[in-house]
Design a protein around this ligand. Structure first.
Ligand SMILES: [Zn+2]
Length: 399
């Protein structure tokens, strides 16, 4: 017997266009996106009053640092100065974060994804087995080549040549406003590491004069505005962002970012560089192009993997509604055809009996929250970033 569901009468953003329609999910795939789909075998979910969006794509995070609060007091001239200032492994809460198991640290990152509608994430650190296992709730982009940064990498050449030099290569670059940061782009060019598989993270030090080489090299850029503002007091030049090179949005880690990916979208919106619709594409269809994603990720297409994010519809503009959304507006998060989070009294509630925890009497979630909280030291729980403290407070209050 096949599993799946039919969402009817929803507002749909399929990655490019906005229309009203139905979405039929069978197993882990989108079987159809159209008006008037009829299916009598699978549960029918009333999507009236919803926007159904592709599951969001976060192009840059360090999932293992999700439980940490922001660290540092910027602005700094570059990220290396910030790192020197916040490298305090003996002090709390950093000491307690470092005392946790890798798995527990990464699972906080998984929770961050689920509560913000992220179904695909790029993790800028080693790919631990948990991240590609069925125990991790969302899809972690892999395989990937990566290096920390020109300043911190101990094996830059080796990192670049991993996997026979094939596939995307991610590296922090030009994360600063001084000459040292600005020179990193030229440094990578001299090392012959700029090509169409190179994904530069940050690029705050890139100037208008770098645009011709950015374009001729074919490299890509991930923008993390709230992290940049916090560390450096500024972000990427609008002309660079609008130069036509492939761009995606990343939340970066909790150590420097404002919150989760929707918070990052709001930070991006405040710069005024992109329209709301362009921003929505930066975390869906455009992100899929920037990260070479396949299987329909970042869009809602027939045959594509069933990654969906449903939010309450208040206007005719899904991008504006997403930017204005709070957790109350989240109706459902579906990854690989599996409903991970849903409104307690919403139309999915009858279908999703298997549940691990309840958040704020508002949502149910399939996620080992209680276990994660048991494994997390109190010094970390006390200092959680606000968007996670909200989850922790309500879940612990239910005990
Ligand atoms: Zn980073």
């Amino acid at each position: 017997m096949s599993t799946g569901f039919l969402i009817t009468d929803a507002g749909v953003f399929d990655g490019n266009d906005v229309f009203d329609g139905d979405i039929l999910v069978v197993e882990n795939r989108i079987y159809a996106v159209a008006r008037g789909i009829v299916n009598r075998k699978l549960p029918r979910i009333d999507g009236n009053g919803w926007w159904v969006l592709p599951g969001l794509i976060n192009a840059h995070d360090h999932l293992d640092w999700t439980a940490s609060p922001r660290l540092g007091r910027g602005p700094y001239a570059n990220s290396y100065q910030w790192a020197g200032d916040v490298h305090l492994p003996e002090t709390e809460p950093v000491a307690s974060v470092l005392s946790m198991s890798d798995e527990a640290r990464l699972m906080w990152g998984g929770l961050k994804c689920v509560i913000s509608g992220v179904t695909t994430v790029m993790h800028h650190n080693p790919l631990k087995p948990l991240l590609t296992s069925s125990r991790f709730p969302v899809h972690v982009f892999h395989p990937y080549r990566w290096s920390h940064s020109p300043g911190f990498s101990k094996s830059l050449q080796q990192d670049f040549e991993a996997y026979g030099g094939q596939g995307l290569f991610f590296i922090h670059c030009a994360e600063g406003t001084d000459d040292a940061a600005r020179g990193e782009f030229q440094q990578l060019d001299r090392l012959e590491m700029l090509d169409c598989n190179t994904v530069l993270i940050h690029g705050v030090g890139l100037g208008v004069g770098d645009i011709p080489r950015l374009k001729s090299s074919g490299c890509r850029l991930v923008w993390c505005p709230s992290s940049n503002e916090f560390l450096l007091g500024g972000t990427v030049e609008p002309a660079v962002l609008r130069s036509g090179i492939p761009v995606a949005l990343g939340s970066d880690s909790s150590v420097s970012a404002e919150g989760h990916l929707i918070d990052e979208l709001r930070a991006a919106a405040r710069t005024g560089v992109f329209s709301p619709l362009e921003l929505l594409k930066l975390v869906t269809s455009q992100a899929a192009v920037t990260l070479n994603l396949t299987e329909g990720r970042g869009s809602l297409v027939e045959g594509g993997v069933a990654d969906l994010f449903a939010i309450r519809r208040s206007t005719d503009d899904p991008a504006a509604d997403l930017l204005n959304s709070s957790r109350d507006d989240v109706e459902a998060v579906v990854c690989n055809g599996r409903v991970l989070m849903w409104k307690l009294n919403g139309p999915f509630a009858d279908e999703c009996v298997e549940c691990d925890a309840e958040i704020r009497g508002l949502h149910r979630i399939r996620f080992p929250l209680q276990q994660l909280m048991t494994e997390t030291p109190s010094a970390v729980l006390d200092a959680l970033p606000n968007f996670l403290k909200d989850v922790y407070n309500t879940v612990s209050a239910d005990d």
